[in-house]
Write a protein that binds this ligand. Structure first.
Ligand SMILES: Nc1ncnc2c1ncn2[C@@H]1O[C@H](COP(=O)(O)OP(=O)(O)O)[C@@H](O)[C@H]1O
Ligand SMILES: [Mg+2]
Length: 305
């Protein structure tokens, strides 16, 4: 059974805004799925549709075979959700917050306490767990909300921008915890973020969205294979590489797209023969960010479906 499916899923808000347009995807159990796109691209709308908080205007979706628009309570029992504004209680300790949410899921007090302690340990809040939430930093709160969402051992965890507002170090740490917790319980993760770089560190499968449209989905290798340019060659030269289509990086280097490694010697020869001083050459496979921007460009030039 698939963890998540969407078939031509669409959502138009009452305002007339079409937030999601014919999105189809299918996600296997155990994947850490990165649903990636800038603000306003339809990620939160999708999470709400998958959790039955909104009903689709067109198409349908399922979570472990259950249609959330028909049986939202069944989906709630299987899923953990962290939205951008996780609701927790400032006047309770971290531990009390977790056991409170456990009780809402009908977990008995003894088991809840055990689960809360083990989660607090795993998210590095074993000691802070006895302090009121009011004293927590943003990063600590974010980690606690992760534990809160995992308290009832959900089969699927929806994380909406789990690292927004965190400094890079805390974001990395939070991502590592998401990965470890998910692996340990075999939890499927549906992670929405506009931070492509962090996503690339933990996700196993991707959906790239823009303005409500799915640009592409797949693992990193299949996304790379779908691009016409295979490699980015970065050059440090004394001036722009004339006669070659290039971009300029913020650090002054130039970047050139080539289809394969075979083209690199030819490119270098061309630059040297033009009398340009070449100090450094390196080639990288496209990052998720580069794939994303290439797909956006294809879309705007009408190249992509
Ligand atoms: N309740 C709503 N009513 C009208 N428009 C909305 C509503 N919620 C979101 N939108 C609009 O739908 C689009 C997608 O929003 P959202 O799903 O929140 O995107 P993301 O989570 O990727 O930032 C945006 O243009 C947003 O302004
Ligand atoms: Mg959002």
């Amino acid at each position: 059974m698939k963890a998540v499916t969407a078939d031509n899923l669409s959502k138009t808000y009452e305002s007339g805004k079409r937030a999601l347009d014919d999105v189809s995807l299918s996600l296997n159990q155990g994947e850490i799925f990165g649903f990636l796109g800038p603000n306003g691209s339809g990620k939160t709308t999708t999470v709400k549709l998958l959790n039955g908080m909104l009903t689709p205007s067109g198409g349908e979706c399922s979570v472990f075979g259950v249609n959330p628009a028909v049986s939202p309570e069944t989906v709630h029992g299987m899923s953990g959700v962290i939205t951008e504004h996780a609701q927790m209680y400032d006047n309770l300790t971290g531990f009390q917050n977790l056991t409170f949410f456990a009780s809402l899921f009908g977990i008995d007090a003894g088991e809840a306490a055990q689960r809360a302690r083990s989660l607090l340990e795993q998210i590095d809040l074993a000691e802070a767990g006895n302090r009121k939430l009011a004293t927590y930093s943003t990063g600590m709160r974010q980690r606690l909300s992760l534990a809160r969402a995992m308290i009832h051992r959900p089969r699927i965890l929806f994380l909406d921008e789990p690292t927004s507002g965190l400094d890079p170090e805390s974001a990395r740490q939070a991502n590592g915890m998401i990965r470890d917790l998910a692996r340990q319980d075999g939890t499927t993760v549906f992670l929405c973020t506009h931070q492509l770089r962090y996503a690339e560190e933990i996700c196993t499968y991707y959906g790239l969205v823009d303005s409500g449209t799915l640009l592409a989905s797949g693992d990193i290798e299949s996304l790379r294979a779908g691009l016409s340019s295979g490699l980015t060659v970065t050059l440090r030269t004394d001036r722009p590489p004339v006669g070659v289509e290039h971009g300029k990086l913020p650090d002054g280097r130039y970047s050139v797209q080539v289809a394969s490694a075979e083209e690199i010697p030819r490119l270098v020869r061309r630059i040297v023969e033009a009398g340009i001083k070449l100090y450094h050459v390196s080639a990288q496979r496209p990052t998720l960010e580069e794939i994303y921007f290439a797909l956006i460009e294809q879309k705007s030039t009408g190249g992509a479906a």
